[in-house]
Design a protein around this ligand. Structure first.
Ligand code: AMP
Length: 200
């Protein structure tokens, strides 16, 4: 199996890159944001529970997201691998994911951190707001999401650095170039069992 996590600030392109990596390597793409939006759209019990958090740009409580992720991931433990997109987003989630994978005897291979300047993130999200239909793609919620990212999620960089699993990617380049660089880094890892330490 090849198991990856991708994270970064809102608008960093993690959804786009995850889909491309998943296709290239035959991985299952598990996007926590898509799962939640799907529940909200279907107006399920879970959807009703999480709607207020998602629309305000706040994090859904750990126990809710963990339950949902475990339930989905368990279906794919015999697949070619999983790319976790947007999960984990807190230290608690990261620790719990490690425990979950450890229990199933599964290795988390690499954690991709997408780096994009704040001004570029803002421009991308404002552009996306026009056709995404996402209630959290607006100026006010963008600032909340950035704050939440800085307070709760960015610390995962150190958590995974300590495990020598972090791959830092400059996400400001054209989409195809970013995908190619990530693919090169994955191929290098598969061959050498090492992750590039420099920002690529
Ligand atoms: P995303 O599509 O990854 O930008 O996620 C959209 C929204 O879904 C976030 O702003 C949160 O409200 C919620 N969400 C997604 N993933 C998580 C997670 N791992 N933990 C808590 N909330 C999440």
């Amino acid at each position: 199996m090849l198991n990856l996590v991708i994270f970064g600030p809102p608008g960093c392109g993690k959804g786009t890159q995850s889909a491309r990596i998943a296709e290239r390597y035959g991985l299952v793409h598990l996007s926590s944001g898509d799962m939640l939006r799907n529940e909200i759209e279907k107006d399920t019990t879970l959807g009703k529970q999480v709607k207020k958090y998602v629309e305000k740009g706040l994090l859904v409580p750990d126990h809710i997201i963990l339950k949902k992720i475990y339930k989905s991931a368990i279906k794919y433990i015999n697949s070619a691998g999983i790319i976790f997109d947007g999960f984990p987003r807190t230290l608690v989630q990261a620790v719990m994911l490690d425990r979950f994978l450890h229990k199933k005897d599964i290795l988390l291979d690499m954690v991709i951190l997408m780096l994009v300047d704040r001004s570029e993130l803002y421009q991308r999200l404002m552009g996306r707001a026009e056709d995404s239909g996402r209630k959290d793609d607006n100026e006010k919620v963008f600032h909340v999401r950035m704050k939440v990212y800085e307070k709760e999620t960015h610390c995962l960089k150190n958590y995974y650095k300590k495990q020598s699993k972090i791959l830092q990617v400059n996400g400001m380049e054209p989409v195809g170039d970013v995908s190619d660089k990530i693919a090169n880094a994955i191929n290098y890892y598969c061959k050498n069992n090492r992750i590039y330490s420099k920002v690529i």
